[in-house]
Design a protein around this ligand. Structure first.
Ligand code: AMP
Length: 189
């Protein structure tokens, strides 16, 4: 991972600028959840560019051959990053959305379970992959995505998130792979 992204991100008030465009929505989608809404960030061209610049910088020189984006907000950042880096984009989707043959993984949530799918022919053996999503919470979604990547013989080289809810300790589910998150928040922040 290139550390130059740290300079880019922390210089000239960029971090504060983007932070001001993450909207807190209490009790969405259910009571007790403080939802981090990135819509204001996306609607602001400068903030969106700052975020893409910083994440793209962290991804150079990492042996990354493809970006795997997680439905649905991971598509927004992941596709833009893949385009900047000149590499392919692979969508990981909720069940029943991908048209061709899929690999599938199910994982447990605090209540219930979730399933994610990726096309069987999405990656080749030995490819290096960056997994991208808007937000890291408990880490279950990113860890399940890593399983899909590993099942195709590819290797996760980096996880990249805009937001990390560090009090949920999602990092602990992601092993030794480098993790970039631009904005970290504690409980209730
Ligand atoms: P997790 O599997 O717990 O790490 O959850 C990560 C996924 O759920 C990401 O795709 C996020 O977009 C979404 N998510 C979880 N918690 C929040 C939150 N508080 N605000 C916004 N998105 C969230």
């Amino acid at each position: 991972m290139s550390d130059k992204y740290q300079d880019l991100w922390h210089g000239s008030g960029r971090r504060q600028y983007v932070d001001g465009l993450i909207r807190n929505v209490p009790d969405f989608p259910e009571p007790g959840i403080l939802f981090k809404d990135i819509s204001p960030l996306l609607g602001d061209a400068k903030a969106f560019q700052i975020v893409l610049d910083a994440l793209a910088e962290s991804m150079w020189a990492g042996g990354i051959d493809a970006v795997v984006g997680i439905e649905s907000r991971g598509f927004i950042f992941g596709a833009a990053l893949a385009s900047r880096l000149g590499i392919g984009f692979v969508p990981v989707r909720k069940p029943g959305k991908l048209p061709a043959a899929v690999d599938r993984v199910s994982y447990t949530l605090e209540y219930g379970s979730n399933t994610l799918e990726m096309h069987k022919d999405a990656l080749r053996k030995g490819m290096g992959v960056a997994i991208v999503d808007d937000l890291l919470a408990t880490g279950g979604t990113a860890a399940a995505t890593a399983q899909l990547v590993g099942n195709q013989g590819a290797k996760v080289k980096l996880y990249a998130f805009v937001v990390e809810l560090s009090f949920l300790k999602g990092r602990e589910k992601l092993g030794d792979v480098p993790i970039v998150s631009l904005l970290e928040y504690g409980a209730g922040e």
